[in-house]
Ligand binder design. Structure first.
Ligand code: ATP
Ligand code: FE2
Length: 344
């Protein structure tokens, strides 16, 4: 294994599952030395996978150079290249995977394909000190409640249709909210919700341990369009209903598993209302509430590098001929032997 003069080993992590192209250098002892990123912003509407992939190919060299420069680590000091192998958008994943394969081959170092959801959980544990949490991962493309049991991160609940972040973004666009200074739509809904007073009736859909947000989205848009409530009231009601659904399922997972922590991650983790609702259930179950700092909660290269390091240390590498991307790679399919070692 390559080590520099100080005896340290470093991993380069590449994230490219959706709209972000991220590259980061993380040391094997868990220091995030850089976390460079360039996000694709669609001119109109949601993400177009091919356009996002073209963006990633265009910015890859610049983002990688920034990751090395900020970390003050030379490419030849890298011991491992990790990349997001799935789940995500095919064209975007393939762009990151191609860059990772090329770099690992050129530097003659091992390659590790990382599951994006595992990356979120592991960097969340690193950032907050959580050891064995129930994790609520909420973003534009994912809504998953999970916890570790018997060699794997098990999915206790998830969305049956759209993700909560997507629900907030599509709602915001449909009712004509404008993004100011690049603020995410979810944050704009959050600000408006603070001024809401009246609870508008919206559908609350939890099926077993799974959730559905598409009917809630349609009803929220229609409540606004038919003047059933002001924009502030509808934003307030949308958050109340959606976050109560997320909190209910997270609480049930917590009651079942009796885990010591609740970990909130993904871009929607920035929401203070959601944080406060989860704080209450964590307290009721004597669990510690942990929220991942935003720069590590949203998609980033550091989470891929750190999960890659953990996998590599437990003997896992991805040979080139097995490094094809898997757009539907589920969290619970990942064998995670390093977690048992962490829990010992
Ligand atoms: P993934 O690939 O993991 O699905 P992503 O590409 O959606 O991730 P993230 O940055 O993790 O990227 O999440 C973005 C989402 O977070 C958007 O839907 C955005 O509206 C939402 N978001 C950001 N800030 C807030 C906030 N304060 N409240 C609610 N939602 C927020
Ligand atoms: Fe993500």
């Amino acid at each position: 294994m390559t080590t520099n003069n100080s005896g340290c080993s470093y991993c380069l992590g590449i994230e490219s599952t959706a709209d972000d192209f991220g590259a980061a250098v993380v040391s094997f002892d868990g220091k995030v030395l850089s976390n460079a990123n360039d996000a694709y912003t669609p001119k109109k509407g949601g993400i177009h996978p091919r356009e996002a992939a073209r963006h990633h190919a265009e910015v890859a060299e610049k983002v990688l150079a920034e990751a090395f420069e900020t970390a003050a680590v030379k490419p030849r000091d890298i011991s491992l290249v990790a990349f997001a192998q799935g789940p995500g958008l095919g064209p975007c994943l393939r762009t990151g995977a191609t860059a990772a394969r090329a770099l690992a081959s050129y530097l003659d170092v091992p390659l590790v394909g990382v599951n994006h959801c595992v990356g979120h959980i592991e960097v969340g544990k690193l950032a907050t000190g959580a050891k064995d949490p129930v994790t609520l991962y909420v973003s534009g493309g994912n809504t998953i409640i999970s916890a570790f049991e018997a060699h794997r991160y098990r999915i206790f609940g998830e969305t049956l249709d759209i993700a909560i972040g997507n629900c907030l973004d599509v709602f915001a666009r449909a009712v004509g909210l404008q993004q100011k200074k690049g603020a995410p739509f979810g944050a704009i809904v959050e600000q408006l919700a603070l001024k809401g007073e009246k609870l508008v009736s919206l559908p609350y859909t939890v099926k077993g341990m799974d959730l559905s947000f598409s009917g809630l989205l349609t009803a929220a848009v229609s409540a606004f369009q038919s003047n059933n409530g002001s924009i502030e009231d509808v934003c307030y009601s949308l958050q109340e209903v959606a976050f109560s659904m997320l909190t209910e399922v997270t609480e049930r997972a917590l009651a079942h598993t009796e885990k010591p922590e609740v970990l909130l991650t993904g871009g929607v983790a920035a929401n203070k209302k959601l944080q406060s609702m989860l704080t209450v259930i964590a307290e009721e179950h004597d669990a510690r509430f942990c929220v991942v700092p935003l720069k590590l909660a949203a998609d980033n290269g550091a989470m891929i590098a750190w999960a890659g390091i953990l996998a590599y240390k437990s003997g896992i590498t991805t040979p080139l001929d097995k490094s094809y991307v898997d757009v539907k790679w589920r969290l619970e399919e990942v064998y995670a032997p390093w977690v048992e070692a962490q829990l010992c």
